[in-house]
Design a protein around this ligand. Sequence first.
Ligand code: XMP
Length: 512
Amino acid sequence: RILILDFGSQVTQLIARRVREAGVYCEIMPFNTDAKRIKEFDPKGIILSGSPHSVTTEDGPRAPSQVWDSKLPVFGICYGEQTMCAQLGGEVHGSDHREFGRATLQIKEDAALFDGVWKPGDTDQVWMSHGDRVVRLPEGFKVVAVSDGAPYAAIANEARKYYAVQFHPEVVHTPRGAALIKNFVTKICGCKADWTMAAYKESMIAKIRAQVGSGKVICGLSGGVDSSVAAVLIHEAIGDQLTCIFVDHGLLRGGEAEQVVTLFRDNYNIPLVHRDASDLFLGELKSVTDPETKRKIIGRLFIDVFDEEAHKIGGAQFLAQGTLYPDVIESVSFTGGPSVTIKSHHNVGGLPERMNLKLVEPLRELFKDEVRALGRELGLPEKMIRRHPFPGPGLAIRIPGDITPEKLDILRKADAIYLEEIDKAGLYDQIWQAFAVLLPVKTVGVMGDGRTYDHVCALRAVTSTDGMTADFYPFEPALLGRMATRIVNEVKGINRVVYDYTSKPPGTIEWE
Ligand code: XMP
């Protein structure tokens, strides 16, 4: 296993992705993690991430001395190179000039890190993003590659197995970067490439059995990938000690509730309580227009109903949750201070405390695409595995203004047509999320010989890697035209369609 020490770079998670893609397990810990924890983790090598910080300032973050005392191989990336140099006796200078973007790397010498990737004389594209630069190397190091802006683009101390690069091997703009990371973890650190989903599944099943014993587990199912994979995995581990609760708030897309029930009850034989609470939710949401109020009502009712169903089942000691690794990585923040609440997210947070349950979180070590791979390993249908994320409050936050059964019906029809067209065009997997929004605005139109006065439907599609930032998806105008025509022709109640060209930031993905 490999330890990645995070100095606060935006792309530290990508380093972890590359290490795991090389078949080696790794975890990310903050740069100031205490020595005991690192020792317990017992890594075979350490990677130092990039950082928005400068090593030239007094209070710039440093790797703990244990990193250098441990005799383990170390790979410094960008800031990681600078702090390696600064801490081992080299010199780093600040500069007003930031080097950012594509650069051409020229290989000067052989290095174990380059084995099978580059040899002296080769040139290749890499991605740079740095302000400070190394000006003198610590003893025992040599320069193995340069670029126009970085005379110390890659350095090595082969005797100590220390390597460092000024560029970012973890991003796709450094095409051979993944191969470098693989070299480091497998050849230099000697890790076996045996981190596979099949192996993970078996070890997780054993862990769940050990944790749960003969106890009862309840699991909230939403129809999304994470809770589904968690439920099927736990069921494989402990069978009918697991009961799933599916709170149907009446704000799902067309046919979704039936699909959840069929898949889990009929295909997997998992005990499932399906509580249709749509009347309750829609009743309490009646005439509510404020987005935060909607979210709070849905969150509160969800917990009430879930709690009620759990009590009916009785005797549960554990609550299963589909928490993912990005949610549990301790973030390194240099800005401090509380961040503002943009939207209050609704999930089952708050439930375990209230119900006095222990958590079972079999996905907390996984990234989203690893959860998908695990889902495939468990035989979940491809359609379910590929699904876009869907927000907990469902269609309620895609109908600005008050929510009525009629509006929900209109939105479901428009959304289904939109997604069908995206699927037909083969674009579904290139998009992070795509959905229709029903606006509380009515406009005038003409159909046949008659005047219409109906709702506007907005279409949204974005690309993203984690939902934190997003770009609008650039559909071909002809395709947008086909979608608009179909929606206006086929959905009574909509006579105009617009496309949302806002990225995040400044927009958010959902409209509320
Ligand atoms: P925003 O709209 O904040 O959305 O850019 C970011 C991602 O989060 C999803 N989302 C939610 N997911 N409960 C959830 O489980 C929520 O309350 C919620 N609100 C937004 C949104 O769909 C996008 O993927």
